[in-house]
Design a protein around this ligand. Sequence first.
Ligand SMILES: [Zn+2]
Length: 360
Amino acid sequence: MDDVEIAPAFHACFYEYGGLSLTPMDEIDHFRQRYLRYMHNYRTEAPYATAFSSTFFHMIRNKALGAACGRHDGYDLVGLYDGAVMNIVAFTQTLLAHPLSFKGIGNRETETPWWMLMDRADWTLPLRHVLPTIRAIAKPPDEYPCDPIRRSFAEDIATFALDFLFFHELGHVIYGHGDFLEQEFGVYQLSERKAVSGLSPDLAKMLELSADVFAIEQTGRPWLHGNQGTKFASSAEALVRWCTALNLLLMISDASEAPIARYESAGHPHPAVRHVAAYGYMSKHAHVCGARIMKNFDDAWLIALEEMGEIAEHFGLRSAIWAAISRDGRKILWEQERLSELWSSKYQTAFDHYSRIRPA
Ligand SMILES: [Zn+2]
C-alpha cells in the first residue's frame, strides 16, 4: 500500500468529517507533504517501523480546526483537517502582525496595526467565519507580519503547533487507543472535535492526555537534550518556540471561557489540564537533564505563559485555558492529579497491554 492507494480507504473512514482533502492551496500542501514524509519515515525506519507499519496520513476536507484518527480495512489512518492548517497559520501571522504582541521578537516597529481586538474570534471555526470577527482598523498589508524575523517566528510556532496535533494523533495509534476502542466498543475512530459515544468522560480524557505524551516526546522533549536542529541558534531558542506553540494551540482550542467544572462530562480534558500535564511531563524530563536545561525550560514556559496573558488581556482573545488559569488555578491541579491517579490505579496496566511500544 502507498499513500495514493490508501486514499479511498481514508476517504471512506473520514467521510462524515468531510473525507479526503485534495485542496491544492500552497499552505495546505506544504504541511500535507511534510506529514506524508514524516509518516513514510516513521512507517519504514527504526524505532517505530513496527508500530506504524500500517499507519497512513492524509488531510481531511474540513475547514474547522480539528484532527482525527481511525481504522479502515485494517489500516490505521490519521488526518489533520484543512482548517487546522489554515487557522493555525492565520492565527500566528495575524498575532505577530500586531506591534504590541511578542515584544521581544524581531523589529515590531515595522508592523503597522491593522486590527485591534480578537474578542469575538473563535479560531476553531472555519476561517471565513473568524476573519470578519477580528476588529480591523485598516486594510491589512499584502503580506504580514512585515518584519522577516517576526514572519519566521510565526511560521515556527505554526509548525510546532501543527506538529503537535499530528503527533497527538499518532499517539492514539501507538498507545493502542484505537485497538482498545475496537475491542471494547466496536468502533475505532477518535475525533478531536467529537466524543466517542459510550466511552466514560474520564477515560476519554485520559486517552487524550496519553496521546499528548507522544506528541511531547516527539516534538518537545528532544530540545531538552541539547538538540537545536539546523534552524535554531540554541535549544533554548527552540524551547521558547515550542512552549509558545503549545500555549497558543491550547488557547485557541476552546473560546468558550468554560471553567474546569463545565468539562465534567466532556470527552476531552479542559485545555488548562492538558497544559498542566504537559508542563509536568516536560519538567520531569528537564529536571533529569540538569539545572541549566531546567532553567531554560522554565524560562521558556514563563515567556509563553506571559504572552498568553498579554493576548488575553490586551487583545481580549477569549479562551477556556486563560479563564481557568486566571480564575481557578487550584482546580486545574486537582483535576490533573485526579486523572493521573485514576490512570495509574485503574487503567495503566490494561493500556500497557494495548500499547505498541514499551512505555518510556
Ligand atoms: Zn486526541
